[in-house]
Design a protein around this ligand. Structure first.
Ligand SMILES: Nc1nc2c(ncn2[C@@H]2O[C@H](COP(=O)(O)OP(=O)(O)OP(=O)(O)O)[C@@H](O)[C@H]2O)c(=O)[nH]1
Ligand SMILES: [Mg+2]
Length: 360
């Protein structure tokens, strides 16, 4: 599976270059002064957020990352070159923990596409002997060594950031929904557990392209997910950092006597995983209404009205009723009358390496 949301790596910054001991020696200047240059600083290791990424897969393949050492200083006051930095690109939403014998500590949370974090600082270059020249020591015969660069064990954990999380039973039509309202093109198929990894889609307002919402589609949940049934709750952490949820129930799988039981079942799973997730604002949706006879549909609508619930009726496949859900989403995203959303992510599903290479 390409979607990986945890990895552990070693990072090592570069050593500083040693300072140089050297004296000016020229034919008619037999005792020229010290002229050893300073060593260059070692390169540092940085983490940068990259909105094109949605997996820590690469960090399972390569576990050690180093920045370059600084070059030593040379005679004739030549300072050594600084070692090159290494910048590691991570998906937005990656949390960076440093592991030590005492435990682990959060170094940074890449919540923004502009995030750039210094994770391991390069060692300082040593001073050359010219630096140490003074009135009391006009010919120092020593220079400093370069410092070691920092070396750290890092645990990376991706927790997707999105405005909207899609939840529901397998086969409810979550992926069909995200495909209908965004550019995301996840796999859709008539059997449960088609989605095995989260997909991200961006819903764009046609009348105002600056208005966007990032939607996360995760694999379906089943009863007992919190105890590991089905794909378990492994993916629920990827809706933990969403602002609101769209809860999709396929009408082909409900019991007409108790049509809301399917919502309750998933809500129980949310509660068992994290009570605050169960309190997250939810937009409830009955999907696949094209499969219902008009009599059954009217009956269901009546039940919703009687229960005084605000459930939307859609067909994600036939694109019926989507506008109402979308406008409810825009409304939920408003804070004090203005649109507020994460505009940080623009990618769809996990970028394929070849596509990635082509595009960049
Ligand atoms: N008739 C009808 N079929 C739909 C509708 N929405 C989705 N489907 C079908 O339902 C099946 C499951 O759809 P998906 O979008 O893959 O469902 P999912 O919730 O993402 O499923 P998992 O990824 O397994 O959790 C597919 O065969 C879809 O074509 C709809 O509105 N009407
Ligand atoms: Mg799916």
């Amino acid at each position: 599976m390409r979607f990986i949301d945890e990895a552990q790596i070693q990072i090592r910054a570069g050593r500083g270059g040693n300072g140089c001991v050297s004296f000016r020696r020229e034919k008619f200047i037999p005792k020229g002064g010290p002229n050893g240059g300073n060593g260059g600083d070692g390169g540092s290791v940085y983490f940068a957020a990259d909105s094109r990424l949605l997996s820590l897969y690469d960090f399972r393949l390569q576990r050690t990352y180093e920045a370059k050492n600084g070059r030593p200083g040379e005679g004739s006051q030549c300072d050594g070159k600084k070692g090159e930095d290494t910048i590691l690109h991570l998906p937005i939403g990656t949390q960076i923990y440093e592991r030590t014998d005492e435990g682990e500590q959060l170094l940074a949370d890449l919540t923004d596409k502009e995030s750039l974090v210094l994770a391991a600082r390069g060692g300082r270059g040593g001073k050359g002997n010219e630096f140490f020249k003074s009135s009391t020591n006009r010919a120092p015969r020593f220079a400093q060594k370069g410092e070691e660069g920092e070396c750290k064990t890092i645990r990376l954990e991706l927790k997707i950031l999105a405005d909207v999380g899609l939840i529901g039973l397998p086969n409810a039509g979550k992926s069909t929904f995200i495909a209908s309202v965004s550019q995301a093109r996840p796999r859709i198929a008539p059997y449960p557990f088609t989605t095995l990894e989260p997909n991200l889609g961006v819903m764009i307002d046609e009348t105002d392209p600056d208005r966007r919402l990032v939607i996360a589609d995760i694999p379906g949940l089943v009863e007992g997910a919190h105890a590991g049934v089905g794909l378990g709750h492994r993916f629920l952490k990827h809706v933990e950092r969403t602002r609101f949820l769209v809860h999709i129930v396929g009408v082909d799988e409900i019991n007409m006597d108790d049509p809301f039981a399917a919502f309750a079942l998933i809500n129980e799973e949310l509660r068992a995983f994290d009570p605050s997730l169960a309190e997250r604002p939810q937009i409830e949706v009955f999907n696949k209404i094209d499969l219902l006879e008009s009599m059954a549909l009217s009956e269901l609508k009546e039940k919703v009205a009687r229960a005084q619930r605000n459930v939307f009726f859609i067909s994600a496949k036939e694109k019926i009723g989507l506008a109402a859900v979308q406008s409810a989403l825009w409304q939920s995203a408003e804070v004090n009358g203005t649109h507020k959303a994460l505009v940080t992510q623009k990618c769809g599903p996990l970028v394929d390496d070849d596509e990635y290479a082509e595009e960049f």
